[in-house]
Write a protein that binds this ligand. Structure first.
Ligand SMILES: NC(=O)c1ccc[n+]([C@@H]2O[C@H](COP(=O)([O-])OP(=O)(O)OC[C@H]3O[C@@H](n4cnc5c(N)ncnc54)[C@H](OP(=O)(O)O)[C@@H]3O)[C@@H](O)[C@H]2O)c1
Length: 250
């Protein structure tokens, strides 16, 4: 066993945070990095939202993860509950992304079988770049057309269900390989089921919450749990843990 914290020579990573969260170089396929915050007892929300679990340090890393991504992938449930809008241009973001050789802001790609994003969503009305709506043929054609008319780039990936492999191929075709997935639990469960998770960034917030909140993924039990390995473990604000796990290719 190793003791990660406290250590006698714990390095201060503030100036190196960008390199801690770098994507691999020269990606030849989409790389799916998933980011969640959870309480100590495994809750993914407090009072129905993630805000009560988050903190300044968690938001700082979330911002960095967005700044390093080509696209932010999210389930429509999370986008609605968390009040998503298009990602903002800020001075810091523009500076960082120019340095990383990325577009000014990443688009948000929404996964939705039913095309249930309301047409007045700030994702459509308050955004610098159009959102990508990833759906399937079973979605009502009228909803698909209405979302396209409202400015979304609508991708049909799959027949009865959204085929997440095809969804990632569609992002790849748009040159969007650095994927930052912000959940929620349903989408994460589907990604695990399809063995599409390359990395999990998990913030463990020092809170006990009880209640009936979901955990960070749900869906059908998979036969062979995927083993991951620890890539980094940072401590912030005294008791917050920022963990990063990567897939082990077997
Ligand atoms: N703590 C955190 O870090 C964190 C992060 C994210 C979310 N959350 C919380 O999680 C809760 C939302 O959970 P959720 O499980 O409902 O979130 P979700 O996965 O974002 O949304 C579920 C909905 O998204 C669509 N969807 C997701 N995966 C799909 C797939 N593979 N194929 C087709 N459609 C798919 C479906 O919408 P349609 O019905 O339109 O088909 C589904 O009903 C919220 O309370 C949010 O605050 C917490």
């Amino acid at each position: 066993m190793d003791r990660l914290w406290p250590t006698d020579d714990a390095p201060d990573v503030d100036d190196e945070l960008e390199s801690v969260y770098d994507y691999p170089d020269d990606l030849r396929r989409p790389w799916v990095r998933v980011n969640f915050v959870s309480s100590l007892d495994g809750a993914v929300t407090v009072g129905g939202r993630s805000k009560g679990l988050s903190s300044r340090s968690d938001m700082r890393v979330l911002g960095l993860i967005r700044d390093q991504a080509d696209v932010v992938l999210v389930g429509v449930g999370t986008a609605i509950v968390e009040g998503y809008r298009g990602i903002r241009r800020t001075e810091r973001r523009l500076e960082r992304r120019a340095r990383f050789g990325l577009s000014e802001v990443p688009p948000i790609a929404l996964v939705t079988r039913h095309c249930s994003l309301p047409l007045d969503s700030p994702l459509l009305t308050d955004t610098v770049v159009p959102p990508i709506v990833i759906t399937c043929e079973a979605a009502p054609i009228g909803r698909r057309e209405a979302l396209a008319e409202a400015g979304a780039d609508v991708v049909v990936a799959g027949g009865d269900e959204v085929d997440l492999h095809r969804a990632l191929e569609a992002l790849d075709a748009r040159g969007l390989r650095r994927v930052a997935c912000e959940g929620g639990p349903t989408l994460f469960g589907n990604l695990i089921e399809q063995d599409l998770v390359d990395e999990l960034c998990l913030t463990v917030s020092p809170l006990l919450t009880s209640g009936d909140a979901s955990r960070i993924s749900h869906g059908p039990l998979i036969e062979h749990p995927r083993r991951m390995r620890l890539l980094s473990a940072l401590r912030a604000d005294d008791s917050l843990l920022l963990l990063r796990y990567g897939r082990i290719d077997e």
